[in-house]
Design a protein around this ligand. Structure first.
Ligand code: ARG
Length: 275
């Protein structure tokens, strides 16, 4: 296996403190309303994640959490930001629908060009920029029509990928972007989360990809955030961390176990702002 020298660039992230964190409805198999949640622990873990980004030299902006929107902490779903253009989120389930306009307003108030989506999409939960391409998940939340809408909006190839396992209901739960360098794009993914056709597309696009194990996936290890060098990853994803090290990346374990009760990890809590 060839270790490549990944190029790290400082990133800008948007995050939302989980002040109102709870699991009060169930829209994915990880969520269980009857299980106790601890908002203070969620906030502590979230602050550690934020501080980790700051220590790595990244910038973190924040959006105010709104009462009654406990999933707002999963900022990745709030929008898609590519080449300075904001494609708004339009959530599938009514419980999350007010988050779309709330995030869009945050961007508009700060002078970003925003585009109101006509099609159902859950932001960068399903829409992942990898080099010049956008990988787009569908099957549970984001519609194929949204993939086409985004392609038309930003003029980049959008590759549709079909998700088949309800535990991996957003693309960012089954696939991590490790390098977005257009000269050497790289991903890690869990093949059983994808339809056979989508698996062969991934194989063709990323023949050298890191293949995650079932245990990596079940720890939401693929819900990882890479700056091209450091990869913030769930500590339980030990095989994945080893595979990343072999490729020349530095895994940075951050425990987001409380946020896993809602079905999310580090990447779900992080929206990258691409100017
Ligand atoms: N409870 C949230 C939902 O099911 C979790 C979202 C996780 N976010 C993500 N980017 N995968 O919608």
């Amino acid at each position: 296996m060839t270790a490549h020298a990944p190029g790290r660039t400082p990133r800008q992230y948007l995050m939302c403190e989980p002040t109102h964190y709870t699991v009060s409805y169930e829209i994915n198999p990880w969520m269980d309303k009857t299980r106790h949640t601890d908002a203070e622990l969620a906030v502590r873990q979230w602050r550690t994640l934020r501080d980790t980004y700051l220590d790595l030299g990244h910038t973190v902006e924040t959006i105010d959490p709104l009462p009654g929107l406990p999933d707002m902490v999963y900022a990745a779903n709030g929008a898609t930001v590519v080449d300075g253009v904001v494609y708004s989120a339009r959530f599938r389930y009514p419980e999350r629908q007010p988050e779309g306009p709330a995030y869009q307003k945050w961007f508009a108030d700060r002078g970003w060009v925003t585009h109101t989506a006509a099609q159902t999409n859950e932001g960068e939960g399903d829409l992942l920029v990898v080099g010049d391409l956008i990988l787009a998940g569908t099957g549970f939340r984001t519609s194929r029509a949204a993939h086409a809408e985004l392609q038309e909006l930003v003029g980049r190839p959008v590759i549709s990928l079909e998700l088949v396992d309800p535990h991996y209901y957003h693309l960012d739960t089954a696939l991590a972007v490790l390098s977005s360098d257009p000269a050497a794009p790289q991903v890690a993914y869990y093949p059983p989360a994808f339809s056979p056709g989508s698996r062969s597309v991934l194989q063709q696009l990323f023949p050298e990809a890191v293949v995650a194990t079932e245990d990596d996936a079940a720890a939401l290890g693929l819900n990882a955030v890479s700056d091209g060098e450091h990869v913030v990853v769930a500590p339980a994803a030990t095989h994945l961390a080893g595979a990343l090290r072999e490729r020349g990346y530095t895994p940075v374990p951050v425990d987001t176990s409380e946020l896993l009760k809602g079905g999310g990890g580090a990447k779900c809590c992080t929206l990258e702002l691409r100017r």
